[in-house]
Design a protein around this ligand. Structure first.
Ligand code: G3H
Ligand code: 13P
Ligand code: ZN
Length: 359
């Protein structure tokens, strides 16, 4: 199947009540492992590339790599999505390179450090949405700034994260503003802030409602029942991977991520795209460490990468199953970008028509 758009995939997910994991990729091995998992459970998948991934692998390599994965797995619908686009040029060049979907993250200015004003966010997101929809690509916007409700800070290791202290009004998306933002920009999906942050060090204790505000998601969903919500910073930072890394010589301080049960709860409240990068990194790195320690004479990269891919495949398979995406692959039609562009132009695809217009 040719790559599909985020909008078509999430419309289907909304209609059927499931969530789709969006896994970050930088390399062939990550792509192979994720698609093996998707194939094993017949799940649709979102592969997303950050700006860092695009400069690491190169646009040409990423495009051909994902096209190759699509050719190898013709029954699996795949979205290729720009993660945290910082300006028009990043988003439009991604589309030119074959991405079927972009995130215009106007919650921060183009430096990806300075929290942006409402007017800036609305203007840039609406502009990118108009351009993307003209060629049938989908757009995710963000309102609210990702960061910890415990510390008021974005994660230090975060590729795109606010600098300085953030207050509650920035860290929790306001439901009324969310509705207005979606109306003014026409985005296909909305990333919201609810206390999650990027990286491994999200919470200093098992999260409760004080530091992971699922109530915010519920309130936004009540205002925007037909808008696809996106949860960033959704790695669970599983204890078994912390233990694996530390048992093999790592020094990760004890930390907590977003429990999978909370994500499942989010999916029941309109979350359709679930962003996961850190867990995938930990799965592979844990195996790299294990092999390096157990076989200090080993120098063939494949001996490290094969178990790393297997560990990643196991993790991805679990998320497809837990999010309800397993078994859904064959039910997505795979509309062309041209067809999507026609539907946007005719007014058939607005944020409010999301569930009604499922393929
Ligand atoms: O947005 C956060 C993702 O984990 C991407 O991270 O910019 O290091 O590729 P990265
Ligand atoms: P994690 O760091 O929790 O995996 O989040 C990834 C993410 O949100 C990418 O946009
Ligand atoms: Zn993110």
């Amino acid at each position: 199947m040719a790559l599909v758009t985020l909008r078509e995939m999430l419309d289907h997910a909304a209609e059927q009540g499931y969530g789709v994991p969006a896994f970050n990729i930088n390399s062939m091995e990550q792509g192979i492992a994720i698609l093996r998992a998707a194939e094993a459970v017949e799940a649709p998948v979102i592969l997303q590339a950050s700006r860092g991934a695009r400069s690491y692998a190169g646009d040409v390599m990423l495009r051909h790599m994902v096209q190759a994965l699509a050719e190898m797995h013709p029954r699996i619908p795949i979205v290729l999505h720009q993660d945290h686009g910082n300006d028009d040029a990043t988003c439009l060049s991604a589309i030119r390179h074959g991405f079927t979907s972009v995130m215009m993250d106007g919650s921060l200015e183009a430096d990806m450090k300075t929290p942006a004003s409402w007017d800036y966010n609305v203007a840039i997101t609406a502009r990118v949405t108009r351009a993307a929809h003209a060629v049938g690509a989908s757009v995710e916007g963000e309102l609210g700034v990702l960061g910890s409700l415990e510390s008021g800070e974005a994660a230090a290791e975060d590729g795109s994260g606010a600098e300085g202290k953030l207050d509650q009004s920035q860290l929790l998306t306001d439901p009324d503003e969310a509705a207005e933002f979606v109306r003014l920009t026409g985005v296909d999906a909305l990333a919201i802030a609810c206390g999650t942050s990027h990286g491994a060090y999200k919470f200093t204790r098992a999260p409760d409602g004080e530091i992971l505000s699922m109530a915010t998601i519920a309130a936004i969903h009540a205002k925007l029942p037909d808008t696809h919500l996106v949860m960033h910073g959704s790695s669970s930072v599983p204890q078994y991977l912390q233990d694996l890394i530390n048992a093999e010589g790592g020094e990760m301080p004890q930390t907590w991520g977003v429990p999978v049960e909370e994500i499942e709860r989010g999916i029941r409240m309109g979350v359709r795209k679930v962003n996961i990068d850190t867990d995938c990194r930990m799965a592979m790195t844990g195996q790299f460490r294990r092999v390096a320690r157990a076989h200090p004479r080993e120098f063939d990269p494949r001996k490290f990468l094969i178990p790393a891919m297997a560990e990643l495949e196991t993790l991805c398979r679990d998320r497809f199953e837990r999010f309800g995406a397993a078994g859904q692959a064959g039910r997505i039609r795979g509309l062309s970008m041209d067809e999507m562009a026609r539907r946007y132009a005719s007014g058939a695809l607005t944020p409010e028509t999301a569930t009604a217009k499922a393929a």
